[in-house]
Design a protein. Structure first.
Length: 414
C-alpha cells in the first residue's frame, strides 16, 4: 500500500488511467458477494459502464435538477418540524441527519420516503454507521491476512461486518422485489425500475440482480455517512464558534428573511454561508484518504515504481491540514472569501477527489449541506446545554471520520 500526499501527486494519481483500479481485498469485496460489481469497488469496462448508466438513470429521475431541490426542501421542512416538536430539549445530534439523507437519495433510487423516526430505517442507518467504524479505508487486517476470517472471525471484525451486510442486503432485496411486483415497463418510477426495465427489454446486455443490489448499496453507503458527518461537523463548528453562527444568521436574515423557504438560487448571494460549507468540508475531511485506488499495471510515480496491484490511498485530510493553510486547525470561513467579498475556490481543496473516479454525489452533497444549514439556522439558535463542555473537534477514526457524541439545544428564533 502506498499513501500519496500533496496536491500535485494526488492530482497525478487521480488523472492517470493506470491508477483507476479499485482494491480487491476481502474487506472491500465481502460487501458485494466477493465480486467486483457496482461503482465504488469496481474497475475496468464494467465500472465505466455501470457508472455511466447509474448517472444517466439518476438524471432521468431528477438528479441535480429542480426535482431534487424539491425533495431536499421537503425533507428540511420535516426536519425543522421535528426539531420544533422537541425545541428547548438537549438533542443528541450525531445521527440527526441520517433518515433525512436516505429519504432524499431514496426518492430518486426507490421512489419512497420514511418517517424521520422510522424504527426499521433508524436501525439500518445505525448498522451502516457501525460498519464504517469497524475498520478504516485500508480494509485493515481482513485485507492483509484474509484467512483470519476462519481463525478469529469475531475478533477481526469479520462476523460483525458480514452480519451487517446480510441485513442491509436483505432490506435492499426486499425493496427491489417490491418494485418487481409492481413494475410497469411503460412508466418507470425510479432508478430501480429503470434497471429492471432494461433487464426485461434487453436481457443480453442487462445488469444482474446482484449488480443492482450493489449499486443501491453503493449509493446508500457512499451517500449517507459522508454527508451526515459533514453536516454534523458543520453543526459542531457552529456551536463552537458563536461569531460564525451570528454571521450565518445575519446573512440568512438579510437574503432570505424569516419566512420564505431557502432555495438553491440564494447561494450566489450567500458568500459567507458558502464559505462556511467549504471550511467544513476542509476541516472535517470526512473521507480522510478518499477511496483506495489500485495500480492496474506497474507504473512510475515520481521517483518510485508502483507495482501492479498496489493500493494507493490519497492523503486528503493531510492535504486539507497541511502547510498551504494558515492555522489549519482553526475554523475560519473567511479563508475562502477574497478582499472584494467574493467566494474563492482553492485548488488545494479536494474533498470529493478529482479525475475519472471523482465522487458522483458532489452536487447533491453541496445542495443538501446548503439547505440543511440555512433551513435550521433560519428557525433556530443552536446552543450547547448548560453544564456540557464544548464538543471536541477531534475526529473519531473509521472508514470516514465522525465526531464524538454531543448534544445541542434547538432554540426557536423569534
Ligand atoms: C460530503 C459528502 C461526500 C464526500 C466528502 C465524498 C467524497 C468522495 C470521495 C473522496 C470519493 C473518492 C474519489 C476517488 O476515488 O478518487 C468519492 C467517490 C464516490 N462517491 Fe462520494 N462523497 C460525498 C457524497 C456522496 C454522495 C451523496 C453520493 C451518492 C450520490 C456519493 C457517491 C459516490 C460514489 C458512487 C463514488 C465512487 C465513484 C467511482 O468510484 O467512480 N458520494 N466520494
Amino acid at each position: 500500500m502506498v499513501v500519496v500526499s500533496g496536491k500535485d501527486m494526488i492530482k497525478e494519481v487521480s488523472t492517470r488511467a493506470v491508477f483507476d483500479g479499485r482494491p480487491d481485498g476481502l474487506f472491500h469485496l465481502m460487501r458485494q458477494f466477493g465480486k467486483k460489481l457496482g461503482v465504488v469497488f469496481n474497475d475496468g469496462t464494467s465500472w465505466l459502464n455501470t457508472r455511466r448508466v447509474v448517472l444517466k438513470y439518476l438524471k432521468n429521475f431528477g438528479y441535480n435538477t429542480r426535482h431534487m431541490e424539491n425533495y431536499i426542501s421537503e425533507e428540511c421542512r420535516a426536519l425543522v418540524k421535528l426539531r420544533l416538536s422537541d425545541a428547548g430539549k438537549p438533542i443528541l445530534v450525531n445521527n440527526m441527519f441520517n433518515i433525512t439523507i436516505v429519504n432524499i437519495l431514496f426518492r430518486l433510487v426507490a421512489g419512497k420516503r420514511y418517517d424521520l423516526e422510522d424504527e426499521k430505517l433508524t436501525m439500518l442507518c445505525n448498522l451502516i454507521m457501525r460498519v464504517f467504524r469497524a475498520t478504516d479505508m485500508s480494509g485493515g487486517i481482513l485485507n492483509y491476512i484474509p484467512y483470519i476470517q476462519y481463525i478469529a472471525p469475531d475478533l477481526s471484525g469479520y462476523t460483525e461486518i458480514k452480519n451487517i451486510h446480510v441485513t442491509i442486503h436483505g432490506f435492499l432485496r426486499e425493496t427491489i422485489q417490491q418494485h418487481q411486483q409492481t413494475l410497469d415497463v411503460n412508466n418507470p418510477r425510479d432508478v430501480i425500475d429503470a434497471f429492471l426495465i432494461e433487464k426485461v427489454q434487453s436481457p443480453d446486455v442487462s445488469f444482474t440482480d446482484e449488480e443492482l443490489q450493489v449499486v443501491c448499496l453503493d449509493l446508500l453507503e457512499a451517500g449517507l455517512e459522508t454527508v451526515a458527518n459533514t453536516a454534523l461537523f458543520c453543526v459542531l463548528h457552529i456551536v463552537r464558534n458563536d461569531d460564525v453562527q451570528r454571521k450565518l444568521q445575519a446573512e440568512i436574515d438579510e437574503v432570505i428573511g424569516p419566512q420564505r423557504a431557502p432555495t438553491l438560487s440564494d447561494r450566489t448571494r450567500m458568500v459567507y454561508t458558502e464559505a462556511v460549507l467549504l471550511e467544513s468540508l476542509r476541516i472535517s475531511s470526512v473521507a480522510p484518504v478518499g477511496i483506495p485506488h489500485m495500480a492496474l499495471d506497474d507504473a512510475r510515480l515520481g521517483n518510485y515504481i508502483i507495482p501492479k496491484g498496489t493500493y494507493v490511498l490519497m492523503a486528503l485530510y493531510d492535504l486539507h491540514h497541511g502547510e498551504h493553510w494558515k492555522e489549519p486547525g482553526v475554523f475560519r470561513p473567511e479563508r475562502f472569501i477574497t478582499k472584494d467579498g467574493n467566494l474563492m475556490q482553492d485548488e488545494w481543496l479536494m474533498p470529493f477527489g478529482t479525475g475519472k473516479r471523482r465522487c458522483i454525489g458532489e452536487g447533491l452533497s453541496r445542495s443538501e449541506l446548503f439547505l440543511f444549514v440555512t433551513n435550521i439556522l433560519q428557525k433556530f439558535r443552536l446552543k450547547i446545554p448548560d453544564g456540557d463542555t464544548l464538543p471536541s473537534a477531534e475526529p473519531v477514526d473509521g472508514v470516514t471520520l465522525t465526531a464524538e457524541p454531543f448534544h445541542v439545544i434547538f432554540e426557536p428564533r423569534t
